[in-house]
Design a protein around this ligand. Structure first.
Ligand code: GMT
Length: 377
């Protein structure tokens, strides 16, 4: 199949999933055409059957805001025509699905057919997408898509609850390459960061307010309790990084925290982690938590959104009430001190990642779904 994929190319779960899916489909002999504003950040390797088409946005003195959505539509039309795409798969409804539907309508005026699959990822449904300034467009583009998938049961239900959707929404969970995300021997790295054998807590996110990174630092402060026998690694970057750094200084724990910024070899960092913290206010899936689980790191997360579909409370980690910093602290403390329980949960986390969310299990679900969409069944 010749498949077009559109996603956000920057640091974020939806772009990661789209890129890993495209790479996996290419390995399964499909021809993949990424259409995006920039090279997706996980698209580092070149393959004969992977192509990248950059969307060129024109500025013009009249435009207060260059209309990216229209440039994207035109690029989709161009690629679909000249490559002969069999299907276009867009990740994140806003504005990708609306551009895709417009492209489809333009092509149909020339008697060309382009089936569209839209994958909903998160705030396109739970937050920004339901704002009145976008909701009618999101509803329309979902209903006009030939197939719609959501990354969790929770997100599927949110879509039905908040939009007038006439389409069936299929749940295809996010996935991970468990050969890449596997715990590795990184003793030298651990020794460099933790010369006194300190335990390691890790958090990975894009530091947006929804990630509650201030709570990560608060939990760390309570765990340390003046002892310095735990380290915190904060990976990623975003608007809350500076306030989080400020909070760490105020609480006097800054010296035991490493702000690592955006990192690609996340699996190497996770390989020295003992606990992964995710106190998010909302999370439709929690891909970063899955990456941790695959690397045998138990997760302590908020009991919100799609997280209970990923983290099994008391088995692969713990779920805490939203904003219950005491619960986050106590569960993390248990994992840091009870070695038997930690070992059991670490093994269960890896097992769940491999058995339920491995790339080789999930990618065929997309292939099967594409076939169903193309044949209209
Ligand atoms: O929805 C967003 O705000 C962005 C999106 C992203 O690109 O990172 O995140 C969502 O999609 C990820 C991949 O499917 C999920 O793992 C995240 O849980 C989800 N984020 C939220 O729901 C906040």
């Amino acid at each position: 199949m010749k498949v077009g994929i559109t996603c956000y190319p920057t640091y974020g779960g939806s772009g990661v999933v789209a890129t890993e899916l495209g790479k996996a489909l290419a390995e399964r002999d499909h021809e993949i055409h990424f259409i995006a504003s920039d090279l997706p950040f996980r698209l580092s390797h070149v393959a004969g059957n992977i192509f990248f088409h950059e969307v060129n946005v024109q500025s013009y003195p009249l435009f207060d805001y260059p209309p990216y959505t229209l440039s994207l539509t035109s690029k989709m039309v161009d690629i679909a025509k000249h490559v002969g795409l069999d299907l276009l798969h867009v990740h994140y409804a806003l504005p990708h699905a609306s551009s895709a539907v417009m492209a489809q309508q333009i092509l149909s005026s020339e008697d060309l057919d382009l089936p569209i699959v839209t994958t909903l990822h998160g705030t396109d449904i739970t937050l920004i997408g339901r704002d009145p300034s976008f909701a009618p467009v999101v509803t329309w583009s979902i209903n006009e898509s030939d197939g719609v998938t959501a990354v969790s049961d929770y997100l599927r239900q949110e879509t039905y609850d908040h939009f007038e959707v006439s389409e069936d929404v299929e749940v295809i969970p996010n996935f991970i390459d468990t050969d890449r995300f596997v715990r590795q021997d990184k003793e030298h790295f651990k020794q460099a960061l933790c010369p006194n054998g300190e335990k390691v807590i890790v958090h990975v996110s894009n530091f947006r307010p929804v990630k509650n990174t201030d709570q990560v630092v608060e939990v760390f402060h309570r765990l340390q309790n003046g002892t310095s026998n735990v380290k915190l690694l904060l990976v990623g970057d975003g608007p809350d990084r500076v306030p989080t750094e400020r909070k760490a200084r105020e609480l006097g724990v800054y010296d035991d925290i490493r702000f690592l910024g955006k990192q690609d070899p996340i699996e190497e960092i996770l390989s020295i982690a003992d606990v992964f913290l995710m106190p998010s206010g909302s999370e439709t899936f929690g891909l970063a938590a899955l990456e941790a689980m695959a690397c045998e790191v138990p997760v302590v997360a908020s009991d919100v959104g799609g997280l209970p579909e990923l983290v099994v409370h008391g088995e692969t980690g713990f779920l805490c009430q939203l904003d219950d910093v005491d619960a986050f602290t106590e569960h993390t403390r248990t994992l840091l001190h009870d070695e038997d329980q930690h070992a059991e949960m670490a093994a269960a986390a890896r097992k769940r990642a491999v058995e339920t969310f491995d790339i080789d299990r999930v990618v065929p679900l997309y292939e099967d779904y594409y076939e169903r969409v193309r044949s209209g069944t």
